[in-house]
Ligand binder design. Structure first.
Ligand SMILES: *Cc1c(COP(=O)(O)O)cnc(C)c1O
Length: 370
């Protein structure tokens, strides 16, 4: 693909990528809506902020912005290894778990490769394999928006090199139960890396299967992705990690990222956040209560909502999702209108503060009675 402007040849895999559907900045939303108070419900951020211990760590003399941070993230990996009961050498830390998705794609996929994911899906589970030159099979969910296990098994039979799935699912919110996870592990087959993205695991109910335990027990080559962005409230710091089934996989993924990817503030902040699990549990508890309250109001309006064990809801907006998102934005609410083919009636709305959720419900009622 040659640019008519510069005459340069782009990497065709990259030049043809679909764009990532990121939430709008609040300043843009203020300008468009004319509202001062904006309900920021597009990016699944934590409405309660983060632990005060994180802020204290960043204000302490341990934070030295003029120094290069430890590229090996030794302290953070040691803390995570202890927390998870794994060898720190099996962990790769990233500038968000998003960077890990890119590094995994770069480490395991080449031109002509094959990867599998589901649809609707987290955008990067498709974009990063495409950037690496792979083909992506996207397996649709069932009509009632749960994972279609037999269809995923069929796709895995086509021998992909990498399989990406998020549980709980972003954007839907549903989870894989133990039986489904075991079936997919069995179907994963030889030569495929099973990437289980658990970005929302902290929001799940008791009984949510421990992916790390299951995939280790079944000896499936795997990476478990976790992040500090959601339940811990550190989206702006950018820190997530990959727990690999062996140190060789970790070494190669590590080679596929930039050396100083997790900056000094992110390393300090993540360690402090991990040490204050009580703060995280409290925030998650309050968000889950609020989610069920918002769900009940919406269901009272006759709205269809997917099952959710996350800090967001995926719902049928009874019209075109892009038009709905535009309407909401003009009225001071940022959320995501889903654009993947077959799902253009769905919006994803984050559970925010009570004030934000009330604003969402108010404006959404106007949308429904338009
Ligand atoms: C938010 C999210 C991530 C990315 O998290 P970062 O650590 O902020 O990069 C990864 N996977 C899923 C499914 C997510 O929803």
């Amino acid at each position: 693909m040659t640019s008519p402007k510069s005459g340069l040849a782009f990497n065709p895999n990259v030049a043809a990528l679909p764009s990532y559907n990121a939430g709008l900045p609040v300043a843009v939303a203020r300008e468009i809506s004319g509202h001062d108070f904006i309900a920021r419900l597009a990016s699944n951020e934590n409405p309660f902020g983060c632990s005060p211990k994180v802020m204290a760590a960043l204000a302490s003399s341990a934070f030295e912005p003029w120094r290069y941070a430890d590229p090996a993230c030794r302290d953070l990996k040691a803390a995570l290894g202890k927390y998870l009961g794994v060898d720190p050498a099996e962990i790769v830390t990233g500038n968000g778990s998003e960077e890990m998705i890119a590094a995994i794609s770069r480490a395991f996929l080449t031109d002509g490769g094959l990867s599998v994911t589901v649809v609707p899906s987290f955008g990067l589970h498709e974009i990063e394999p495409l950037a690496a030159g792979a083909q992506v099979i996207k397996v649709p969910m069932t009509a009632d928006l749960t994972f279609d296990i037999p269809a995923i098994e069929d796709a895995l039979a086509q021998k992909p090199q990498v399989f990406f799935i998020s549980t709980p699912s972003n954007p839907v919110g549903v989870t894989l139960d133990l039986a489904a996870l075991e079936r997919l592990a069995a179907a994963n087959g030889n030569g495929c890396l099973f990437v289980l993205d658990e970005a929302y695991r902290e929001f799940t109910k008791p009984g949510f299967p421990d992916g790390l335990e299951v995939l280790r027990r079944l000896e499936v080559p795997h990476v478990i992705l976790r992040t500090f962005s959601k339940a811990y409230g550190l989206a702006g710091l950018r820190v997530g990690y990959a727990v690999c089934s062996d140190t060789e996989i970790a070494r190669v993924i590590n080679s596929a990222k930039t050396p100083f990817n997790v900056n000094a503030s992110a390393q300090l902040g993540a360690i402090a956040a991990l040490e204050d699990e009580a703060w995280m549990r409290d925030a998650v508890g309050r968000i889950n209560v609020e989610r069920e309250r918002v769900r009940a109001v919406l269901e009272g309006l006759g709205v269809w909502i997917a099952e959710s064990q996350t800090n967001f809801l995926f719902l049928d907006c009874q019209g075109d999702s892009s038009a709905c998102a535009q309407f909401m934005l003009k009225n001071g609410v940022i959320l995501k209108g889903w654009r993947e083919a077959g799902y253009e009636r769905f919006i994803r709305v984050t559970i925010g503060s009570t004030e934000e959720n009330e604003k969402f419900l108010d404006v959404f009622k106007k949308w429904l009675s338009r």
